[in-house]
Design a protein around this ligand. Structure first.
Ligand code: ZN
Length: 374
């Protein structure tokens, strides 16, 4: 059994919108209040507040702020569990997660509901304290009753529901093909077989418009009506771009997993790379992290093998043909002439070939698909 999230858009009734606004607000309050308490306890007394202590404190909070009772208590308890998970991640040296942050009113809002806080019947979902089902625009039916749901509202004011369902993945028939994948800037990905994906063209047009709107926004007076209108416009366009991008990545990863038995990619240090400012925009645009994440779960479901190759492999600077290595290769140089064997090499295809070789070598010496091959 695997778990899969089904995300759909929905359009709440005015009563539901009010209930959700309250729920977002209460969950945010509990998160921020508890986070402040934990931070202070640690900074002033060096103490860490356990999950059960935070749960006991929630009872006190609810007595002190009776309006917290307006929303399902399951949501507030889940908020504490999510915060515990955020701290667990922070203290896990493998994850390098950031210290949990305060939630802001003007960023994306979300609440998580476990089975006790919603009802699933006849393909409809009704949340606690609401009388009518959520008007969800289903793009496909759920395979089973969800074990939990997440309701969110994005910057553009749109509502989404994400339903977590258990299902049995369909393993694909074995194929002999194995590929190396280099993640690029001009192209989303390049394979060792020389396939270049390109970047979706419509994205570029949307992005040019976004840049234009953002320049206009900078000129508008703070707090003015026009600025608020424009701000919403920017948020809507931004959401559209994110949708397009996710869609393109879904298609690409689906094709790659369908066609190949073994997929080799570089393990990426996204946080390290985004600090490099000149690359930052391009990288987040291309959505590399999302790309690898999708490859990972799709490969697992399909019975394919994903091999992550160390990011320190000099995949671009080593000639795939003869192993000759150059000291420096500026990003602008798309092709280079190998001094070792004399062949002209396409930078990205060469890198993809090296990634494939390193990945297969790692597999041969027993490295598993999940781990990095050094
Ligand atoms: Zn060479």
């Amino acid at each position: 059994m695997a778990k899969r999230a089904y995300k759909e858009r929905f359009y709440p009734t005015p009563e539901q919108a009010l209930l959700l606004a309250k729920s977002f607000g209460c969950a945010r309050f509990v998160w921020n209040n508890t986070l402040a308490y934990r931070t202070e306890a640690y900074q002033q007394h060096g103490q860490s507040v356990s999950h059960s202590a935070a749960e006991k404190r929630l009872v006190v909070l609810k007595a002190e702020y009776p309006w917290l009772g307006d929303v399902s208590s399951v949501i507030l308890q889940q908020t504490l569990r999510d915060q515990k998970a955020a701290f667990d991640n922070f203290f896990n040296p493998k994850l390098k997660a950031r210290y949990p942050r305060f939630k802001r009113k003007d960023s994306r809002q979300s609440i998580r509901l476990t089975k006790a806080a919603f009802r699933y019947r006849d393909g409809e979902i009704t949340i606690a304290k609401s009388k009518v089902p959520l008007p969800i625009r289903w793009s496909r039916p759920l395979p089973c009753a969800p074990s939990s749901i997440t309701i969110s509202q994005d910057h553009a004011g749109r509502y989404f529901i994400s339903c977590l369902c258990e299902f049995t993945p369909k393993v694909l028939p074995v194929t002999p093909k194995m590929t190396g994948i280099d993640l690029g800037l001009t192209d989303l990905f390049i394979t060792s077989e020389g396939v270049k994906s390109g970047n979706p063209r419509h994205l570029k047009r949307h992005e040019a418009r976004l840049a234009h709107l953002q320049r206009q926004l900078a000129k508008k007076q703070k707090g003015s009506n026009n600025r608020n209108k424009l701000r919403r416009k920017v948020a809507r366009l931004y959401a559209k771009i994110a949708d397009c991008r996710r869609d393109a990545i879904h298609k690409a990863t689906r094709t790659l997993v369908n066609e190949n038995q073994v997929l080799c990619v570089e393990s990426l240090n996204i946080t390290g790379m985004v600090k490099n400012r000149s690359l930052a925009k391009a990288i987040s645009d291309a959505g590399w992290g999302e790309f690898v994440r999708q490859l990972e779960y799709k490969a697992e479901w399909a019975g394919r093998q994903l091999v992550k190759v160390s990011q320190w492999l000099p995949s671009s600077k080593t000639c795939h043909g003869c192993g000759h290595k150059v000291e420096k290769l500026p990003l602008s140089q798309r092709r280079w002439h190998c001094e070792g064997c004399g062949q002209a090499i396409d930078r990205d295809i060469n890198a993809a070939k090296n990634i494939r070789t390193a990945g297969l070598a790692g597999l041969a010496c027993g490295a598993t698909g999940a781990g990095a091959v050094a």
